[in-house]
Design a protein around this ligand. Structure first.
Ligand code: AMP
Ligand code: GLY
Length: 424
């Protein structure tokens, strides 16, 4: 099946990682990315259509005669990009809007988990201020977890031991959204399980762990993710098996029974308590960013074959294999990220391509980058890039990723020094 034309939608580190792997595929003849970044421009043809312009993307997919559209972010999926590609008979990796609502609405996700008997935190749905006190009392004794029921780009959740802060976030969410979730606090360690799914089956990718807080020691504000590693040893074989039995299998069955198959990747955010019985913290309907950057390189099977099979319900015919290695990525964030990132600064010291030595390799994943009018590399986002490495041991991959990031110069930038510390 040589000579395939693939369009990747999105422009962050995740999409650069998708382009890197697709570029290596023996099946892909033409790679396009929209809107992409400086990194994707070196692997694919970048187009200037934003990921929110659904009509524009449909037109582009037709114009380039795409054989496969791979959707990076959730927003276009929630806005029916996959539904409309299906009408045009263009295979799409990414679920239809009704299923993407697992990420679009946290309340919907909770209702699905309840219906599928999948373990998750108990919760209240509040729609009136008069319900606040009783609900806060019900979950007193632990921090309160308040979740807005909207796509909030990672800013819709507050976890706090301060009752007044919880109350104020509930009140402001009620005013803006009409309802809000209050969840029971789950203690434990988090991990991300990415599961490629279609109507024929599913493939669990090796579990990873992200670091969501901005600063070392899990301090500071929540971010999109400051670094990740894979596989995460916290997900032992036993926990992985239990996750499959109690979460993945029932979710797959549930999604099968609901009409259109889920074709894409289901991101299962896990909380693993000391008992080892995993709970679901959240679902996302896309690859995690930066989890994608360190999970895809562990695939031994051609990534196009995996994504293309899932887009057309042929996953169960594929024998997906993985490398027996570890991958780590460390995010370089702009000054002021996550509150107010400074953009438009020059980036120096970037290594070109993939550096290989002694069975290990290292590379830079671009995220918020572009070339200015004079062709110089500049920052354009909060998470600017991440330095990634693959090695036979976790320790070696961490060292290599840090070696790479130390050589990069971006005024005011910061990164965490303790990626993978829980596992080392
Ligand atoms: P979410 O957007 O639902 O993933 O929530 C963002 C973050 O809040 C998660 O990554 C967890 O660190 C934390 N969180 C969410 N729900 C809970 C919960 N029920 N118990 C403890 N922490 C939670
Ligand atoms: N890294 C977390 C996410 O992609 O949602």
């Amino acid at each position: 099946m040589a000579g395939k034309i693939v369009l990747v939608v999105g422009g962050g580190g995740r999409e650069h990682a998708l382009c890197m792997e697709l570029n290596r595929s023996k099946h892909v003849a033409e790679l396009h990315c929209s809107p992409g970044n400086a990194g994707t421009s070196q692997l694919a043809t970048n187009h200037s259509i934003s990921a929110s312009d659904i009509d524009g993307l449909l037109h582009l997919a037709q114009k380039i005669a795409a054989d496969l559209v791979v959707v990076g972010p959730e927003a276009p999926l929630c806005a029916s990009l996959a539904d409309r590609l299906e009408l045009l008979e263009i295979p799409c990796f990414g679920p239809v809007a009704r299923l993407a609502n697992l990420e679009g609405s946290k309340l919907h996700a909770k209702q699905v988990m309840r219906a599928a008997n999948v373990p998750t935190a108990a919760f209240h749905v509040l729609s009136h201020e008069s319900q606040i006190d009783a609900a806060l009392d019900d979950f007193a004794g632990n921090p309160w977890v308040v979740k807005r029921d909207v796509l909030a780009g990672g800013k819709g959740v507050v976890v706090t031991s301060d009752r007044e802060e919880a109350r104020e976030f509930i009140q402001s969410s009620l005013r803006s959204d009409g309802q809000v979730l209050l969840e029971d606090f789950l203690p434990g360690e988090e991990a991300s399980m990415l599961v490629v799914m279609d109507g024929s089956g599913y493939v669990c990718l090796p579990a990873s762990q992200d670091h969501k807080r901005a600063f070392d020691g899990d301090e500071g504000p929540n971010t999109g993710g400051m670094g990740a590693y894979c596989p995460a040893p916290v997900v032992t074989d036993e926990i992985r098996q239990r996750t499959i039995e109690t979460i993945i299998e029932p979710m797959h069955q549930y999604l099968l029974s609901s009409g259109t198959p889920y074709r894409g990747v289901l991101y299962v955010g896990l909380m693993i308590p000391e008992s080892g019985k995993p709970n679901v913290v959240e679902f996302n309907v896309r690859f995690g960013d930066p989890e994608c950057q360190i999970t895809l390189p562990l695939l031994k099977t051609d990534v196009f074959e995996v994504l293309d099979a899932a887009a057309s319900d042929r996953l169960s015919q594929l024998d997906v294999e993985f490398h027996n290695s570890f991958a780590t990525t460390v995010v370089l964030a702009a000054e002021g990220y996550p509150q107010k990132p400074v953009k438009g600064r020059l980036i120096h010291g970037l290594a070109e391509g993939v550096l290989e030595s002694d069975g290990a390799k290292a590379w830079v994943n671009h995220a918020g980058t572009d070339f200015d009018d004079s062709g110089q590399l500049i920052s354009t986002g909060g998470r600017v890039l991440s330095c990634s490495a693959l090695a036979p041991t976790l320790d070696a991959s961490v060292k290599l990723a840090y070696q790479l990031i130390e050589s990069i110069d971006l005024e005011g930038s910061h990164y965490r020094n303790d990626i993978a510390f829980r596992a080392l």
